[in-house]
Design a protein around this ligand. Structure first.
Ligand code: PGA
Length: 235
C-alpha cells in the first residue's frame, strides 16, 4: 500500500537554499505520497513551483483581525493549502500551546477544509512512569473535542525521539500504534491515517513501516537532505 511522507522543514532553509532543494525534490519519483511542509514564508513559492501537496507547520485559529504576526487557517485556505500540522511538541513546549489552543486550531482547520495532522507524544518521564498510553488518549480526545472532522491524520511523535536519533523499540511502537488505532476506531466515525515521527531516516524507515497500522512518517531533519530523503521514499 502507498505510504505518506510528510516533510517538516521546521524553521530551516534560506530562500536560495529552498530554490535548489525544490528543484531536486521535483526530480524525485515515487509511487508514495509526499506532502511538503516548508516554513510558512515559502508556502506560496512552493505552491507555484512544485506538484506536491503543501502543509502549514502552524496557524492561528482566529479567522482575521488584530493578531500581529499570525497567519490564519482561512488565509491558508485562500492559498489552497491542504494540510496543517497542529500541536507539534515544539509548539506545545516552546510556545506553550495548551490542549485547549490545539483544540481551537483543529476546529478552525476543519472549518476551513484543511486536513489537520495532529501531533501527539509522551515525554521520557511519562513513559518511564507508565503514563504514556493515558497521555496519548488524553491528547487525542482533547484535540478532537467538539469537532466533526471527515478526515484526520494523527502523527505519533514521542518527544524523546524527536531529533535525538533514537526511535522506539518495535514492541513499544507496536503497542502505541495499536492503542491509537483502537481509540480512533472505537470512539470516532472518521477517516484517519496514523503516522510515526521522530528521528526517521534511511536506516530505520523499513522497520518503522513494517509496524501494523502505520500509514507513513513525518520526517524532520532527514527531509532536508535530498539524498537521504530519496532513499527513504523509495523503501
Ligand atoms: P526529526 O523531527 O525527524 O528531526 O526527529 C521530526 C519532527 O519533529 O516532526
Amino acid at each position: 500500500m502507498n505510504k505518506l511522507y510528510v516533510l517538516n522543514h521546521k524553521m530551516n532553509l534560506q530562500y536560495e537554499e529552498l530554490e535548489i532543494y525544490l528543484k531536486k525534490l521535483n526530480e524525485l519519483s515515487t509511487k508514495n505520497q509526499i506532502i511538503l511542509s516548508p516554513s510558512t514564508l515559502y508556502l506560496d513559492y512552493c505552491r507555484k513551483n512544485t506538484k506536491y501537496h503543501l502543509c502549514a507547520q502552524n496557524a492561528y485559529y482566529q479567522e482575521k483581525g488584530a493578531y500581529t504576526g499570525e497567519v490564519s487557517f482561512k488565509q491558508l485556505k485562500s492559498l489552497n493549502i491542504k494540510y496543517a500540522i497542529i500541536g507539534h511538541s515544539e509548539r506545545r513546549n516552546i510556545f506553550k500551546e495548551s490542549d485547549e489552543i490545539i483544540n481551537e486550531k483543529v476546529k478552525s482547520c476543519i472549518q476551513n477544509g484543511i486536513i489537520p495532522i495532529i501531533c501527539i507524544g509522551e515525554s521520557k518521564e511519562e513513559r518511564n512512569n507508565n503514563n504514556h498510553l493515558t497521555k496519548i488518549e488524553k491528547q487525542i480526545t482533547s484535540s478532537l473535542e467538539q469537532t466533526t472532522p471527515k478526515e484526520v491524520i494523527i502523527a505519533y511523535e514521542p518527544i524523546w525521539s524527536i531529533g535525538t536519533g533514537t526511535i522506539p523499540e518495535k514492541e513499544e511502537l507496536t503497542q502505541m500504534i495499536e492503542h491509537i488505532h483502537n481509540i480512533l476506531t472505537t470512539n470516532y466515525n472518521i477517516e484517519f491515517k496514523i503516522l510515526y515521527g521522530g528521528s526517521v531516516d534511511d536506516t530505520n524507515i523499513e522497520q518503522i513501516l513494517k509496524i501494523n497500522y502505520i500509514d507513513g512518517v513525518l520526517i524532520g531533519g532527514a527531509s532536508l537532505k535530498i539524498d537521504v530523503l530519496k532513499n527513504i521514499i523509495n523503501k
